[in-house]
Design a protein around this ligand. Sequence first.
Ligand SMILES: Cc1cc2nc3c(=O)[nH]c(=O)nc-3n(C[C@H](O)[C@H](O)[C@H](O)COP(=O)(O)OP(=O)(O)OC[C@H]3O[C@@H](n4cnc5c(N)ncnc54)[C@H](O)[C@@H]3O)c2cc1C
Length: 402
Amino acid sequence: MADFALNDDQLQIQKWVHDFADQVIRPAAHEWDEREEFPHPIVQQAAEIGLYGWEFLMNAMSDTSGLTLPVAIEELFWGDAGIGMAIMGSALAAAGISGNGTPEQVMEWVPQCYGDAKKVQLGAFCVSEPDAGSDVSSLRTRAVYDEATDEWVLNGTKAWITNGGIADVHVVVAAVEPELKGRGQASFIVPPGTKGLSMGQKYKKHGIRASHTSEVVLDDCRIPGRCLLGGKEKLDAKLARARERGHSGEKQPAMSTFEATRPSVGAQALGIARAAYEFALDYAKERKTFGKPIVQHQAIAFKLANMATEIDAARLLIWRAAWMARNGGFKNGEGSMSKYKASEVAVRVTEDAIQILGGYGYTREYPVERWHRDAKIHTIFEGTSEIQQLVIARAISGMRIE
Ligand SMILES: Cc1cc2nc3c(=O)[nH]c(=O)nc-3n(C[C@H](O)[C@H](O)[C@H](O)COP(=O)(O)OP(=O)(O)OC[C@H]3O[C@@H](n4cnc5c(N)ncnc54)[C@H](O)[C@@H]3O)c2cc1C
């Protein structure tokens, strides 16, 4: 049975991340949002205390209740979502490696997505393309095996990649047999310094501006055979099954990574929502109109009551999904439910927070407008809200819904 009482370890981690978010991240948030640059000094500090690092991620992921990771992420993103993404961005690459690699590949490459406090490194997970975001089955990036040299040759352009081009390790999902659509895809490691991988345009964004997002261009990018995640034998068997049956019944590599990480993405949105709610509540107790604090006007009080209720509802869905992910898996799209609910709640709550602050809320002097901009990405990346609804609808109906 799920038990949502946090244990001593989890409470300690919650406080530890909260203190870092409060003392280091929040004071730096406005500056890095304005600069629209990757916050290297803050990530460096996170690495020095062990918050940015593969050991922390692996420890959190090995917690059998599943709650440690969402609890930590909520605090991190309560601090700031742009800097939070800069710290969490490498985790997607690590999840892509853990989900598809052999134990030896996980041990070799996950630590390289992080480096250490002496030399911080970054990872990037490259799936999306200019013409394939939600529809990951139609990736155009090709991977061709060169038997003579035992190398894979990658060609294509990846779009919207967090840490793209500035990462040390790029995990790339590419089509080996495009006619098999998603079943013909595989994941590859592009090691640090590999020729043929370069950064394309860097996107100027609406929110999470401290997180770096770029195109990644692969131009005859040659990688050793051992960089195919899962190994050639497994891929050959999978392709043979897919050719035989039309589809293998196996999940696409990118989709399985996203499924597993959905409660964590929900927790990111939750952290932003809670930040905005707390700020708005404090403000509403101070700000007076018509002779009383605005919290004593029912319209404002009820808005805050709704914000608190929705935030708690989102957290319960996230914790349930995180627990299920570690204890038997999802049954009715619970991972998607948690991400869908939390991201929609974050957008609404941050908008309500602006409303509660009135004109002040609309200015950059107060953080709520930034939180609103930051919240929005959560209804888009790692599966849009519509795609989450699609996953849930398919799970509950058992039917194909397009
Ligand atoms: C800041 C940022 C960071 C990102 N980081 C990464 C990263 O690190 N790695 C990575 O691989 N990708 C990353 N992405 C890409 C992201 O995952 C995609 O943008 C997202 O999946 C949506 O794809 P798209 O932009 O192509 O939209 P589209 O797929 O073109 O969708 C457009 C609209 O159509 C809707 N739609 C599409 N298909 C359906 C359907 N079947 N039914 C109903 N509605 C539908 C969508 O919900 C959306 O509203 C990032 C994106 C951003 C903006």
